[in-house]
Write a protein that binds this ligand. Structure first.
Ligand SMILES: [Zn+2]
Length: 331
């Protein structure tokens, strides 16, 4: 495959990976393909590092396509020699016919894709674009089968319910133009962005070593968004939330209610800010940032859909995810 195309993909990946509105941590992935090879971001690698390290791995596109043709869920990493493994979403990229595929956990998209009436909201905003809505399915093969059902309509934009966005084109430039257009159409005017933790919370955490503040201030928006907080944390909104924050985000009404030892990875203290467990990984920081950015892009009348208990269970008890979390802890 042309090295020039791969370099363009790396440039695009680094740019999107550095934007918390488009991707969090090791989430999201990009690829290019020809009839023989699929070059995709490796599992656990960060798009933001695309220009600094080797984050891409070459997969056998012919083998993937013949497995997809047979409806068989193969181990697509089986023949790899080096240390890198293909992203969990490798078959999802393989099934899409376009050359360049960009999959992001876009906050602007999630603000609609977590809504009970996502289709109705998106129909207005994406009118005229070749787009499809893909019902929630576990990332990897189950999501691939769901997306495959939409291919008869020849889409180049997919909104994945409770998950994110895919755009595809035959060039990097084409994918960039499409992504810009979708993001522009899906943006809702953000309110209340980037709050700071209260000074009381800052002094409290200084004497409680089992907790720490998140690395980004966006997360604290959660503490200042009123009843939106209750609806956002009522359940798990997307797969990476389950993986990096667990089943529950704790909410307390005041500093005095904070337990000496954290009971959840993330705790929100209303009107003060957000705390993480001291041992929380970078992925947890990225996910509270995502929830904070989401908090300023949802509206009081929105009704959200949450992952069901079996859907959460299958994410937490999954070897591929355990591999990704282990890589995250080494940061
Ligand atoms: Zn994803």
């Amino acid at each position: 495959m042309q090295s020039q195309l791969l370099h363009k993909l790396a440039q695009l990946s680094a740019r999107y990976g550095a934007d918390p509105l488009l991707t969090q941590g090791a989430g999201g992935n990009t690829s290019i393909k020809d009839s023989k090879a699929l070059i995709i971001k490796a599992s656990g690698k960060r798009l933001s590092q695309a220009l600094n390290e080797d984050i891409f791995v070459e997969m056998d596109q012919q083998r993937l396509l013949s497995a997809i043709g047979r409806g068989e869920e193969i181990d697509f990493n089986a023949n790899l020699k080096g240390p890198l493994r293909g992203s969990i979403e490798t078959p999802l990229h393989a099934v899409i016919p376009q050359t360049v595929v960009v999959h992001l956990h876009s906050v602007r998209t999630l603000a609609h894709a977590i809504r009970v009436n996502a289709r109705q909201a998106l129909e207005e905003r994406l009118a005229g674009l070749p787009w499809a809505l893909v019902p929630y399915a576990k990332p990897g093969w189950p999501l691939t089968w769901e997306l495959q059902k939409t291919l008869a309509q020849s889409p180049s934009v997919w909104v994945l319910q409770n998950h994110g966005l895919i755009v595809a084109a035959d060039s990097c430039e084409g994918a960039e133009v499409l992504l810009d257009e979708v993001e522009r159409r899906l943006e809702r005017s953000p309110t209340n962005e980037s709050s700071s933790p209260s000074s009381a919370l800052q002094s409290w955490v200084a004497s409680h070593p089992e907790y720490r503040l998140p690395r980004e201030n966006h997360a604290h928006t959660l503490a200042f968004c009123g009843e939106t907080l209750d609806r956002l944390v009522q359940g798990v909104l997307c797969p990476d939330q389950a993986v990096f924050l667990g089943r529950e985000v704790e909410v307390v009404n005041d500093l005095a209610e904070l337990p000496a030892s954290p009971t959840a990875v993330a705790t929100v203290v209303r009107q003060h800010g957000v705390l993480l467990k001291a041992s929380a990984s970078q992925g947890s920081d990225d996910l509270v940032t995502c929830l904070g950015l989401l908090a300023s892009r949802v509206e009081p009348s929105d009704k959200f859909s949450y992952l069901s208990e079996p859907q959460i269970e299958e994410l937490l008890d999954w070897d591929a995810e355990k591999h990704r979390q282990a890589l995250d802890r080494t940061r």
